[in-house]
Write a protein that binds this ligand. Structure first.
Ligand code: UDP
Length: 327
């Protein structure tokens, strides 16, 4: 069986990717420091604990498994934190990725799938965000991801490291079979925070900013179901293994939801009130991030069929009530 090295395989998106890879006949090897990930979520293949900055450890893991490809999820991903501690983001996300990319190139790996973000586009008024849009990130998180995109372009030229870059919009939902789900400590993302407010494990959700230039004053995002998102990664891996070359794909649905709309849908799905209060803007937030591209559908044959808001909230709610990790 072919091995795929999955960095961040113990995290939210990485663990779902491992499940999808296993279903497709690959053996996912999780490489994770467990700084933000959960060992309990590693259920679909071997686990190797390690830091991206530990080059000797990476070399050892590449030599042991001889992976056909790398899927690189391991990263810090909080916009707010990235504005307060940019050094953390440049060290972990940029230097960590450089160490991994160098190790991959040195071991002869030719296929690399990278999780990037729509935050690389930044604040753009009335611009349709497709893969050729200018990238001008307004937060350190987005800047760190864009830097890694540049590193991959250079390593592609120098070593033939073919790469698929996925620029995610907002990821939500959980495994419908309930084996894995979203679990961050501390939690910072809108939907899980809202579910905590609904079930009373936190007093209320704070809406970050109600004076944006949007119809209801709150930020607009494009939400994708985590299972659809990882399906695109398996398609991207096959794209590379078929020799189709380096390519960038947005992963979003093209539908935008404001924070207030997500609150309203959550009330409808759970049939419970959402306690919330209105607060100031969070530094680094863009007004609106919605994908304007169907390249992944057209070229990869991606069908994001679970990415409707009700389904995402329902799957997240089921996981929230029934699933958890102890370690
Ligand atoms: N948000 C909010 N309150 C929260 C968390 C998030 O109002 O407690 C808003 C945030 O300002 C953004 C949207 O919800 O407009 C999505 O934020 P999240 O952190 O989930 O993802 P991001 O877009 O930062 O990747």
């Amino acid at each position: 069986m072919e091995h795929v090295l999955v960095t961040g395989g113990a995290g939210y998106i990485g663990s779902h990717a491992c499940k999808a890879l296993k279903k497709d006949g690959f053996t996912p090897v999780t490489y994770d420091s467990l700084v933000t990930g959960w060992k309990d979520s590693v259920k679909f293949g071997p686990f190797e604990q390690g830091d991206l900055l530990d080059r000797a450890r990476l070399d050892e893991v590449f030599a042991t498994y001889k992976p056909v490809a790398v899927m690189h999820f391991a990263a810090l991903s909080q916009v707010g934190e990235s504005m307060k501690e940019p050094g953390l983001y440049w060290r972990n996300n940029v230097m960590g990725s450089l160490s991994l990319i160098e190790a991959a190139a040195a071991s002869g790996v030719k296929n690399f799938v990278f999780s990037s973000t729509c935050a690389t586009y930044g604040e753009q008024d009335n611009v349709v965000l497709d893969e050729s849009s200018v990238q001008k990130p307004i937060n350190s998180y987005g800047a760190s991801k864009r830097a890694v995109e540049d590193i991959l372009a250079n390593f592609g030229e120098a070593y033939g490291l073919q790469h698929v870059i996925f620029r995610y919009f907002n990821v939500a939902g959980a495994d419908p079979e309930g084996e894995i789900g979203e679990h961050h400590r501390p939690e910072t993302h809108l939907i899980p925070i809202m579910l905590e407010a609904i079930d009373g494990t936190r007093p209320a959700l704070t809406i970050f900013g109600t004076d944006y230039e949007t119809p209801d004053g709150t930020c607009i995002r494009d939400y994708v179901h985590v299972c659809d998102l990882v399906d695109a990664h398996v398609l991207g891996l096959k794209w590379l293994m078929d020799g189709k070359g380096s390519r960038v794909f947005n992963l979003g649905t093209g539908d935008g939801f404001s924070v207030r709309e997500v609150i309203e849908q959550s009330r409808a799905v759970t049939n419970k009130a959402v306690p919330y209060e209105e607060g100031p803007r969070r530094a680094g937030d863009c007004t609106k991030l919605v994908s304007g591209s169907t390249r992944a559908e057209v070229e990869l044959g991606w069908t994001p069929d679970r990415s409707n808001m009700n389904q995402m909230i329902e799957d997240a709610w089921n996981w929230h009530r029934t699933g958890h990790y102890d370690g």
